[in-house]
Design a protein around this ligand. Structure first.
Ligand SMILES: [Ca+2]
Ligand SMILES: [Ca+2]
Ligand SMILES: [Ca+2]
Ligand SMILES: [Ca+2]
Length: 411
């Protein structure tokens, strides 16, 4: 199908360029068995938003009632796995957020990503020592979460990841990180804002502040961060935009500092499995080009993160019945599609990516009901060489949140 090949008119500010048309020919199928299992690992998904009690500003954020579940959100990414045939995944949004975060944070030496547990009653953070996660400490009391998406990213550009809650029936709220706690929830949009396919967070214009991106059926809407709010929406898509039918991510896969769109298709009808990338120009997105032919997505989660520290975000597909696979970005295509380790590696509650030891390479984090295991990235994309065969436990106890579980550099 020539779906995305239809370039066409430009929308707002950009000239329609076709940029690199590197179609990878390699047929790698690997990771992805299509039978999708619906988010096994989904953290929040299922959670009904028990309505918060209100009074506090926060609640507004939290709307609840509407159970959008599928949408779950979580950086937790767990959900990323949304297997639904349907297009997808807001859930993934979160995943993305992390990824982006990592990418942008890669620049900040020494910073280690922490575990963030979003519960209906508040937000807790378990800081990384570089070899383990410390006990959780309270960073915010009261409800703060969105039923559509809960994203992490540095929205004010101070170097510390903040949290964004995207509700289905209220404005988008933000809590800024001070490095040791989250501030008062503040409304960052006028009106409700979310994408029909996914709501993502990433710095699309490269100014150091993460922006809000809505992926819709035929358009991409962007609300740039001003540092204290998300500005009015601008449509960045070219005519003919088609979202991924499996997963939609936002990550800087070209390494220019601007987050790109990663559109992942599974085979459906006449649409073949493939990964398309729509590069950000800073003021718009180029028409998508094929970066990988064949299936690549995880049954438990599909997330992006710079696994080898070269500045370009790579992909991870977490699977519970298959090995976990990774695909390295060359800057113009996804080259490798190899097993990260010989043994299966995934979490029952969440599957995340983040640089938890601060070496610049994003690590794999698997959150189970009673513990958290971390696969430190070696940076190698050789078969079974990215993470060790024996995975250490970094935290014992309940680490997942009842609303979302994230890994982010909040400190
Ligand atoms: Ca910040
Ligand atoms: Ca920005
Ligand atoms: Ca990379
Ligand atoms: Ca690392």
């Amino acid at each position: 199908m020539a779906r995305r090949a239809l370039v066409l008119a430009v929308l707002t500010l950009l000239p329609a360029c076709s940029s690199s048309s590197t179609g990878t020919t390699t047929e790698l199928d690997s990771a992805a068995p299509d039978s999708a299992s619906a988010d096994s690992g989904a953290t929040d998904t299922a959670l009904p938003d028990s309505a918060a009690d209100d009074t506090s500003a926060v609640d507004s954020t939290v709307a609840d009632t509407s159970a959008v579940d599928s949408t779950a959100v979580d950086t937790a990414v767990a959900d990323a796995a949304t297997a639904d045939t349907a297009v997808a995944d807001t859930k993934v949004a979160d995943a993305v957020a992390d990824a982006i975060l990592d990418a942008s944070d890669a620049a900040a030496p020494k910073a280690k990503a922490s575990l963030v547990q979003m519960n209906a009653a508040g937000i807790n953070v378990a800081l990384s020592s570089g070899t383990a996660f410390a006990p959780f400490g309270s960073w915010l009391t009261g409800a703060f979460f969105g039923d559509v998406a809960n994203l992490a990213g540095d929205v004010d550009g101070d170097g510390k990841a903040d949290l964004v809650g995207v509700p289905s029936t209220y404005e988008v709220y933000v809590v800024l990180s001070s490095g040791s706690s989250f501030g008062t929830p503040t409304k960052w949009t006028t009106g409700i804002y979310k994408g029909t396919k996914a709501t993502l967070l990433g710095d699309v214009n490269g100014d150091g502040k993460a922006d809000l991106v809505a992926i819709n059926d035929t358009t991409i809407g962007v609300r740039l961060s001003t540092g204290s709010a998300f500005a009015a929406e601008t449509i960045w898509s070219l005519s003919g935009f088609v979202p991924g039918n499996k997963v939609n991510l936002l990550a800087d896969v070209t390494g220019d500092g601007k987050a790109d769109l990663v559109l992942i298709d599974q085979a459906v009808g006449t649409t073949p499995a493939a990964i398309w990338v729509s590069q950000s120009t800073g003021t718009g997105f180029f028409t998508a080009t094929k970066w990988l032919a064949g299936a690549f997505y995880g049954e438990d989660a599909t997330v992006a993160g710079d696994l080898d520290g070269d500045g370009k975000a790579d992909l991870v597909g977490f699977n519970h019945t298959f090995a976990t696979y990774v695909a390295r970005s060359t800057g113009s295509a996804f080259a490798s599609n190899v097993q990260a380790a010989s043994a299966a590696f995934f979490g029952a509650k969440a599957n995340l990516v983040g640089d938890v030891d601060g070496d610049g390479k994003a690590d794999l984090v698997a959150v189970d009901a009673d513990k958290v295991r971390v696969g430190i990235s070696s940076g190698s994309f050789a078969t079974n060489a990215l993470i060790p065969a024996t995975i250490p436990v970094w935290f014992t106890g309940v680490a997942y949140g009842d609303k979302a579980t994230l890994v982010a550099k909040v400190k």
